[in-house]
Write a protein that binds this ligand. Structure first.
Ligand code: ATP
Length: 366
């Protein structure tokens, strides 16, 4: 499962662990024997390791993060008005940052590439999207949660420390005395305190019971080298060991490598619109439960084959929510399933795929 998603609260030690894991995997791939332990110095290293190591005939290794893509910390600002003008004009919002990360992952991810994605990765829908991408290219995905252990105080302290360091560096110390030094140190960017608190508030804990957050590995701040090494061994086993799990693309991520025909896009729109319309018509007033849908969109004979089943979430679903899912599904499958499949077969497959996609999405929302 070559996509390794690192997640955790802001300033909780994610990059530190991501670098340790990267260097562990790198030495494991290079030597094909016993990997080196994470070195003590790597805990405080601020220099990025090379993003690619290609010493093993079977795997290439990549590290992707905000830093490797030069994504500024300001993208996590709550209020775009607070962003510096040059950032605002480049429209560098958090959403755009995610798009850049997604594109970077997509560019390299394959069954032969191990990608360590270091970042907050705090939105479960985002982790789900990455899981689908891994599945789409026929590889696997796991999540590594980095925690500080025993509350958020330590992570908050790291951020406050960074803020203080930045203040001192800017020469704005109490009493207005300008201080020197620190010029040659690489600055670890702090979050504005309100943003930090908000990111903690919004953090969506990984849930190992869901497919997209499993297998889930955990590392805490106080884990020493030997403990970290044990977890890295388990990750290696999951990623490259005999028992590694490979996700096979299914019909909710329909093959996209053929040129789409104009008809295909029309069929994609028509069938997904029809499913949305029927769900709205058929769901009960209380919401929840199952709704049967026709496998074929044939107004003359709708009752004939109603064996597609949507399991609705606990509350009633509205048009905006369904349209959002529909648009996401359309975007995912716009690439087409090939001209040969256009027609009734494509329509049927798309309906099945869209229903499966909705079931996944509702399960995730519950
Ligand atoms: N397990 C640890 N033991 C000791 N110090 C650590 C540990 N993990 C991180 N640190 C220190 O805490 C600080 C923050 O760590 P790091 O940059 O890895 O956090 P992060 O979660 O990646 O932060 P950000 O949210 O800014 O990306 C660094 O100075 C680092 O050296």
């Amino acid at each position: 499962m070559p996509l390794i998603i690192i997640t955790g609260l802001p300033t909780s030690g994610k990059t530190t662990r991501a670098r340790q894991l990267h260097s562990y995997l790198s030495s494991r791939l290079t030597s094909n024997t016993t990997p080196s332990s994470p070195s003590p110095s790597s805990t405080s290293s601020t220099t990025d390791p090379p993003t690619t190591a290609n010493n093993n005939p079977n795997y290439r290794l990549h590290l992707i993060s905000d830093t490797t893509l030069s994504i500024p910390r300001t993208v996590y600002d709550l209020d775009p008005a607070n962003l510096p003008a040059h950032v605002r004009s480049a429209n560098a919002s958090e959403k755009d940052a995610r798009a850049a990360l997604y594109a970077a992952v997509k560019r390299v991810l394959s069954p032969r590439d191990i990608v360590v994605l270091d970042g907050l990765n705090y939105i479960k829908g985002w982790r789900y999207q990455l899981f689908c991408e891994a599945k789409n290219v026929g590889t696997g995905c796991c999540v590594v949660q980095v925690g500080t252990g025993g509350g958020v105080e330590r992570a908050r302290g790291v951020n406050l420390g960074r803020l203080e360091k930045r203040r001192r560096k800017q020469g704005v110390v109490e009493g207005g005395v300008e201080k020197e030094g620190g010029e040659d140190e690489e600055e670890e960017e702090p979050y504005e305190p309100s943003n930090w608190e908000n990111l903690v508030f919004r953090y969506e804990e990984p849930n190992p019971m869901t497919r997209w957050d499993s297998p889930l590995f955990t590392l805490v701040w106080d884990d020493d080298e030997a403990q970290a090494r044990q977890v890295f061994d388990q990750i290696w086993e999951a990623v490259a060991g005999a028992g590694r799990k490979v996700l096979r693309p299914n019909q909710s991520t329909v093959q996209r490598d053929k040129d789409p025909g104009g008809d295909y896009l029309y069929v994609l729109e028509r069938e997904t619109q029809d499913i949305v319309k029927k769900i709205l018509e058929r769901q009960s007033d209380e919401g929840g439960g199952e709704v049967g849908l026709p496998r074929v969109n044939n107004p003359g004979d709708e009752k004939a084959d109603e064996d597609l089943v949507v399991e609705l979430p606990g509350k009633k679903v509205g048009l905006p929510q369904l349209q959002r899912y529909r648009r996401a599904f359309v975007a995912l499958n716009r690439g087409g399933i090939g001209l040969e499949a256009v027609g009734s077969l494509a329509a049927k497959r798309l309906r099945e795929a869209f229903v499966r996609y909705l079931n996944d999405a509702f399960e995730k929302d519950d």
